[in-house]
Design a protein around this ligand. Sequence first.
Ligand SMILES: [Fe+2]
Length: 280
Amino acid sequence: MNAEIATTLERLEAEDISPSIGSRVHLDKQALLSGEYASQLRDLLEQRGVLVFPKINFTDEEQVAFTETIGNFLPEMEGQKVYNISLDKEKNPKSDYLKGSLYWHIDGTMNKKPIGAAILSSKVLPTWGGNTEFCNTYAAWEQLPDEDKQRIENLKVMHSAWTSLLYYDPEPSYEKLEEMMSLGEVELPLVWNHRSGRKSLVLGCTAHHVIGMDPSESARLLTRLRAWATQPKFVYSHEWSVGDAVMWDNTGTLHRAMPYDPDCGRLLHRTKTAGEEPIQ
Ligand SMILES: [Fe+2]
């Protein structure tokens, strides 16, 4: 660990969770809301992928205020500031859409600029399951063998919402498939060249095929890279306590929810910041 990182960790009262991903931050709520540590939190987030604030107990207003210190606050499409993540239709009428979140993904690959940071707060625990898992796609790229890096560096991949539909509804109605196809498709680089100069892998359940590659070769490559990026050394699995907040860098990680009882009322509140750069 270099001296600069050690100083940052000390100032943020933070500790690393594992070598490749995640830090726990023990600053108190007042310190987080003051904005005084925001730029260091952003830097640490970019380095570590995930920051955990154990039992910080943000109210919605506080979570919004904290998110505003991290970046440009991005409300939901319907205008509300806080999104209910729940399979309970009373808490989230569009909960079907969340079924795709059980598979590794980046939020907003279909948008010009995927969201930047996202913050989840736990309100109601599941009766079983329901961890949220993250993997560090910067670290996964950095530790790839050189021959893989050279092979994949300039490849492009078709992403779509309908591809993720087939993960959670493998035999959809024709109408459902058409509805999801109407959301479009995008070609994205397999390796994201960030403006910082760092690189990360762009994978997940929206990735359909590598452009111009034989279909079985493409499936092999995307599956092998996803398995590589989500191996235990690059993954942090967060087991929730009520009041925990977890922030992740959506541009340098994949995430997923682990299965849980859909009737248990598990509830997380999410806020997010606008993305600052397209995948390029
Ligand atoms: Fe997500």
